[in-house]
Ligand binder design. Structure first.
Ligand SMILES: [Cu+2]
Length: 151
């Protein structure tokens, strides 16, 4: 019984924060909870390429949104935040890319339902070499994630 409890605690503590497919590891993924009626949200994660060759993230999809894109947020010389779409995200060999608020992020466009009260959304990442990776992305409330996403 003790062992079962321990396993359950370990599961709650560590799952499902890390996914691996081929040489690619995705961890700490989360999606920002947005108010009801919002049509977009953003997701963040760390993508590591443990291999010795470059891989590329070429496509994304989710059951929660019509379109899923990779964006880069930049603040221009006038202090205005702008986003640029990155169609193919290069993953250099042996490196980790951190997608985080204020920088690179996954954009969920055309949300199909409110994210409030949902524990996680499903997302599929397609890598050129590693292939498809299906991940569960926990929804986190705005309070716990801090900064506002600018559009
Ligand atoms: Cu964006």
């Amino acid at each position: 019984m003790k062992k079962v409890m321990f396993s359950l605690l370990m599961f709650l503590a560590f799952a499902p924060f890390s996914y691996a497919e081929g040489d690619i590891v995705v961890r700490d993924a989360w999606v920002r909870e947005v108010p009801p009626g919002a049509s977009v949200s953003a997701a963040y994660m760390t993508i590591e390429n443990k291999g010795s060759q470059v891989d590329k993230l070429t496509a994304l999809s989710s059951d929660a949104a019509e379109n899923v894109e990779i964006h880069m947020s930049n603040v221009d010389e006038n202090g205005i935040a702008k986003m640029e779409r990155i169609k193919t995200l290069e993953l250099p060999a042996g490196e980790s890319l951190e997608l985080k608020p204020g920088g690179m992020h996954v954009m969920l466009i055309g949300l199909k339902e409110s994210l409030i009260g949902i524990e996680s959304v499903t997302m599929n990442l397609s890598f050129e070499k590693a292939g498809d990776m299906l991940i569960k992305v926990p929804v986190k409330s705005m309070k716990s994630s801090g900064e506002v996403h600018h559009h």
